[in-house]
Design a protein around this ligand. Structure first.
Ligand SMILES: [Fe+2]
Length: 234
C-alpha cells in the first residue's frame, strides 16, 4: 500500500503542478483565505468548489451539458462520501476531488484524453488560489489523477480509492446520462453507444471494491437489464 505520509513527502508530481491549458481559464481571480486559516471554525472551501463546478457546468461551451453536474459530479460526490465513511478517508478531500475530478473536460472537452492529469493540475491551482493548504491540495490532485478505473483497497490512498470507485458507481446509478454521452457526445450512435456503456459498466463492476458493490448491487442489475432492453430500472 502507498502510505499517505510517503505520498505527501513526494508530492512533486506533474499532477500537482498548477498549469493552465488553452480554454481552461477559470472565472476566478486571486484567492481568498478560508475561515479555518483565519482561526474560524467552519471551512467553506467545499461549498465554494461545489458552486464553482456547478457554474462551470452551466457554461454554454460545456459540451458535457449543464446536466453533468447533477447527473455525474454530484453523484460522484455522494457515493465518494459514503465510501469515505467505510474507508476512513478524509471527507473534505474526497468532496473536493469529486467536484473537480473532470473539470478540465468541463472547460474544454478536447482535453478528455488527458483529463485526469489536467483536471488534477486545474484543481491544484483552484485550491491554492483559495488559500487551501498545499499538502492537502496534493492529496486532492492525486485522487483526481488516478480516478479513471476503480482502485482496489490497499493499492492507493483511501481518497484515491473513494474517487475511482465512486466514478464507476456514478455510471451504474445514472446510466441515462452515459447513454446520452456515448450516443450524442461521443457520436457512437444508439447501438454502439449502448454496447460501449454495457461493456464499460460490466468491466468496472468487476473491479469495484466490496463496499461499493454493496451500495449499488441492485442498481447494477437494474442498469444492465435496462441497457440490454430487458425491463425497466429498479
Ligand atoms: Fe467522472
Amino acid at each position: 500500500m502507498i502510505g499517505r505520509d510517503s505520498q505527501e513527502d513526494s508530492c512533486r508530481g506533474a499532477a500537482c503542478r498548477p498549469r493552465v491549458e488553452p480554454g481552461m481559464r477559470s472565472r476566478r481571480g486571486k484567492g481568498k483565505p478560508y475561515a479555518y486559516l483565519l482561526g474560524g471554525k467552519k471551512p467553506m472551501v467545499t461549498t465554494d468548489i461545489r458552486e464553482f463546478a456547478y457554474g462551470a457546468c452551466q457554461r454554454r461551451e460545456n459540451v458535457l451539458t449543464a446536466s453533468f453536474f447533477d447527473w455525474h459530479l454530484a453523484v460522484v460526490a455522494e457515493y465518494a462520501g459514503r465510501l469515505a465513511a467505510h474507508l476512513s478517508a478524509d471527507a473534505e478531500i474526497v468532496q473536493l476531488a469529486a467536484y473537480l475530478h473532470d473539470i478540465s473536460a468541463v472547460f474544454d472537452f478536447t482535453t478528455m484524453p488527458n483529463h485526469r492529469k489536467l483536471s488534477a493540475q486545474f484543481a491544484t491551482r483552484e485550491l491554492l488560489e483559495r488559500g487551501y493548504p498545499r499538502d492537502r491540495a496534493c492529496i486532492v490532485a492525486r485522487a483526481i489523477a488516478s480516478h479513471s478505473d476503480p482502485l482496489p483497497i490497499g493499492s492507493a490512498s483511501p481518497e484515491e480509492i473513494c474517487i475511482s470507485n465512486a466514478d464507476a458507481v456514478a455510471r451504474i446509478v445514472r446510466p441515462a446520462y452515459w447513454l446520452y454521452f456515448a450516443s450524442e457526445i461521443r457520436k457512437y450512435g444508439f447501438e454502439d453507444g449502448r454496447r460501449w456503456l454495457r461493456s464499460l459498466i460490466e468491466r468496472q463492476w468487476s473491479a469495484l471494491i466490496e463496499p461499493a458493490k454493496q451500495l449499488v448491487g441492485e442498481r447494477y442489475s437494474g442498469t444492465m437489464n435496462f441497457l440490454a432492453g430487458r425491463y425497466s430500472l429498479l
